[in-house]
Design a binder for this molecule. Structure first.
Ligand code: GLU
Length: 478
């Protein structure tokens, strides 16, 4: 195989918003195709009509684009192997299922839902794994007559009895299973739709997919797919099942129960797409020099699915926050201003945003931190008295506050320098303890112990606001 023949794919079902884990897998498919000068295909697997969510197909495309990624062939793009939406490929699945019937590899089944339920109940009672009992396999003449008379039917694969079947997973090596544990799976349902198993194999083959990289949760389906490749006598693609993400607390598969998990929800929480991609890159894979901050190009250059660890990985939010902070700091102030706009609360004066950003740029881990880091710039603040009086007494602090209010009132300018001059000269003149006095002013004007640089902050809050806050603090001393 030439490198350029590398064709990877992502095959989401439009059953809801894309999970972050899927975005992580998508990135790997994308990167490996790019690395080899191959193609990355997006295919929509919408054959389970009951679970389809209206609008989900559009949202899948939007979220991939929002993460700054793209596909070479697929919906909206076309390509030589289209259509790329399974519901538009129905004839192919029917033809393929019929082909297997002709080859004697599949059969019609008219078992009713009731019969299958009774069978399942008795298997459950006998504590044996539920499995179709192949009732229709050897009565095909009768079945044909039932179908001619209008009975519903499905097409099932004739799974060979008691055979070892093997496939290789790039991350795990050889995996062998025995067909005794595998059902005569349904290929075509009674509504005419293919099952996922049939459609995925037919499409991966007919779209010339060379590498199937998907989440580990599909590993148990792969034996069924392998049997289909055998039945069709098709070459198998390379399989690589990617580790699943565990909840940030390390417990269990990352799931909705422990917070939102959609790829969109992370953008809504103020993570930058580039930072998220960087985070996905290093979850379960390491750059040769163990670089943790790397560009998409660097990743594409080095990524190989066989180097991914097969162990599940914890979705470490602290790490993600750290990476996101690094990416935010790489933004210019004007880029930051654009990106942060959706996170600026309506109550925050628009004209203050550009002044505030340089003061909080270093401290933002997520764009959504804006609100928490800036509420004290506007409106009423709480001034904790214990912090205000720390390392001093109420009367000394009151005196400091009175002097500061007078000094600032008298100052005609309101620049960072003029404020600094007033405060520093008062401290020197009265020989106040510097740390105590500066901290007290910080608490009185912001309500907080830790803020951006004091004089810049005071300048931005404005003279009337600062004087009002100092007066309120003074009242707190009495
Ligand atoms: N349609 C499946 C999904 O929703 C695709 C699984 C696969 O990649 O084979 O994830």
């Amino acid at each position: 195989m030439k490198n350029t023949d590398v064709r990877t794919r992502m095959a989401p079902s439009p059953t809801g918003d894309m999970h972050v884990g899927s975005m992580g897998v998508l990135l790997k498919n994308y990167a490996f195709a790019k690395k080899n000068g191959g193609k990355f295909i997006l295919r929509i697997e919408d054959t389970d009509k009951e679970r389809e969510v209206p609008g989900a197909i559009g949202r899948i495309q939007d979220i991939i684009t929002a993460y700054g990624l793209d596909w070479d062939e697929g919906p909206g793009k076309g390509g030589a192997y289209g259509p790329y939406i399974q519901s538009e490929r129905m004839q192919l699945y029917t033809d393929m299922a019929n082909d297997l019937i002709k080859k004697g590899k599949a059969y019609y089944c008219t078992c009713s839902r009731e019969r299958l339920e009774t069978l399942r109940d008795s298997q459950r009672a006998a504590k044996v794994p539920p499995k179709y009992d192949k009732f229709c396999r050897d009565r095909q003449d009768e079945v044909s007559r039932e179908i001619a008379a209008g009975k519903d039917y499905v097409i099932r694969l004739k799974t060979p009895d008691n055979q070892d079947v093997t496939f290789t997973d790039l991350l795990r090596g050889k995996i062998t299973f025995n067909t005794a544990s595998i059902d005569d799976q349904v290929l075509l349902k009674s509504d005419g739709y293919p099952t996922y198993h049939l459609a995925v194999v037919v499409d991966d083959h007919s779209m010339n997919i060379s590498h199937i990289m998907r989440g580990e949760e599909w590993i148990s389906s792969t034996p069924k797919h392998v049997l289909l490749y055998h039945a069709f006598e098709w070459d198998m693609p390379v399989f690589a099942h990617m580790p699943i993400y565990l909840n940030p607390d390390g417990k269990g598969k990352m799931s909705k129960r422990k917070g939102t998990v959609s790829a969109q929800s992370f953008l809504d929480r103020g993570y930058l797409p580039e930072a998220l991609l960087n985070f996905f890159m290093i979850l379960g894979w390491a750059h040769p020099e163990e670089k943790e901050i790397l560009t998409l190009d660097e990743y594409i250059q080095h990524f190989d699915p066989k180097d991914v660890s097969s162990k599940s990985v914890v979705f470490d939010l602290k790490k993600l926050d750290w990476i996101n902070g690094m990416y935010i700091r790489q933004l210019s102030l004007s880029e930051l201003e654009t990106k942060i706009a959706p996170f600026v609360p309506n109550t925050f004066p628009t004209e203050m945003v550009s002044g505030v950003l340089p003061l909080i740029h270093e401290r933002l881990e997520k764009l959504s931190d804006f609100e928490e880091l800036t509420t004290f710039f506007i409106g009423d603040i709480e001034i904790p008295t214990d912090l205000l009086l720390k390392k001093s007494t109420a009367s000394d602090v009151a005196q400091q506050l009175e002097q500061t209010i007078t000094g600032l009132e008298e100052s005609t300018d309101w620049t960072i320098e003029s404020i600094e001059t007033v405060i520093r000269s008062l401290q020197e003149k009265h020989n106040w303890k510097r740390n105590q006095y500066f901290m007290m002013i910080r608490v009185a004007t912001t309500g907080k112990k830790a803020t951006p640089p004091l004089f810049e902050t005071m300048q931005l809050i404005g003279k009337p606001g600062i004087l009002e806050r100092l007066r309120t603090a003074l009242q707190n001393c009495n």
